[in-house]
Design a protein around this ligand. Structure first.
Ligand code: FES
Length: 347
């Protein structure tokens, strides 16, 4: 589940401050953006509300795979990303689920307080940085912290369809804060979903270290949750080979482009031999784009993995939350990485 950073990127065709879209007849706003109507709102648990979205003119929505997210472009100009928790086989609607965050930056409270059934929203087409492993996987082990369960709800639908073996450890504070129980209860009864309530006491709840103590060939691990949960899981991955570990961070959870203390450095492009200066207030991606070298990006905060780039020489300072230690020896996330001296990129 992603919650993207505030941006000033506006809502195409929208009247600022309302949920009305001036191009209401067109449900495709541009190549990537879609106009959708909120068709149902459901309170899943304390502070967690689901929104069912359908295309404005009833046509099928673009297909997505389990683990995907969509960006919601709010009329306030804020963009938030939310995992899709509906069944990927359903193309008539999407469902996103939003935790109200009192200390958040306004996106979740806007969704809770200002979005009603019948409103129109603009979303970007789904993207997936947290896909399920293929059918060669023998077992799928999922760990969810709080609202981090949302991508796993779609994953469960897909895994059940495949007839795959899976288990979800779902960690929440208490039953009142445990969402999707209508869907999950049959799996709780079958032992496939195990609930862990810590009542706010970090010494209670799931024993992550024990749960991840052994890796069995063919098992794939997925985890998503708030920063403390991600750190706790990330600290227990010693037995796990990188290819078997899949994680999704919430945006703004320790990633990003904090410029304090940044220093200038240089990059060299292998193919042309060009050397470019990266000033303290610009990212590698900024400099590449300014010089006509287009690199695909999405989150721009180091958590989605889109901008992964191989480097050939130099000492990068990694600021992403995606790469493993092993991967960091060969790759950088150019949206957020910095370097000392000269960094040679395989571009
Ligand atoms: S754009 Fe997401 S990690 Fe760089």
């Amino acid at each position: 589940m992603l919650e993207a950073a505030d941006t000033s990127d506006g809502m195409n065709g929208a009247t600022n401050g309302t949920m009305t879209i001036s191009t209401a007849s067109a449900d495709l706003i541009d190549k990537q953006k879609l106009a959708v109507t909120v068709s149902r709102i459901h309170d899943e648990a304390d502070g967690i509300r689901s929104f069912e979205l359908r295309s404005a003119d009833g046509r099928a929505l673009p297909p997505f795979t389990a683990g995907s997210h969509v960006e919601v472009h709010l009329p306030t100009g804020v963009i938030r990303s939310y995992s899709l928790c509906s069944d990927p086989q359903r193309h008539d609607h999407y469902v996103i689920s939003v935790l109200r965050e009192a200390a958040g930056r306004g996106g979740s409270s806007y969704m809770h307080d200002h979005v009603s059934v019948g409103d129109q929203l603009v979303i970007a087409a789904p993207r997936n940085h947290f896909p399920l492993a293929g059918r060669e996987a023998r077992f799928h082990l999922m760990l969810a912290g709080g609202i981090g369960v949302t991508p796993m709800i779609a994953m469960i639908a897909e895994l059940e369809r495949r007839g795959a073996r899976w288990q979800l450890h779902y960690c929440t504070r208490n039953p009142q804060r445990t969402a999707f129980m209508a869907q999950l209860q049959p799996y709780v009864d079958a032992g496939k979903v195990v609930l862990h309530h810590d009542e706010g006491d970090p010494t209670r709840g799931l024993d992550i270290k024990t749960t991840l103590a052994e890796f069995e060939i063919g098992t794939h691990l997925y985890f998503c949750g708030p920063p403390g949960f991600m750190q706790a899981c990330g600290a227990c991955l010693e037995p796990w080979p990188p290819h078997a570990v899949h994680r999704e961070f919430f945006a703004g959870s320790g990633t990003g482009l904090d410029q304090e203390g940044n220093e200038a450095f240089e990059i060299k492009l292998r193919r042309s031999g060009t050397v470019l200066a990266v000033p303290a207030d610009k990212s590698i991606v900024d400099v590449l784009k300014l010089n006509g070298c287009d690199v695909e990006t999405d989150c721009n905060e180091g958590y989605c993995g889109t901008c992964i780039t191989r480097y050939l020489a130099g000492a990068p300072e990694h600021r992403d939350t995606v790469l493993s230690d092993k991967e960091r020896k060969s790759y950088v996330m150019v949206c957020c990485a910095r370097a000392k001296g000269l960094l040679e990129l395989d571009l």
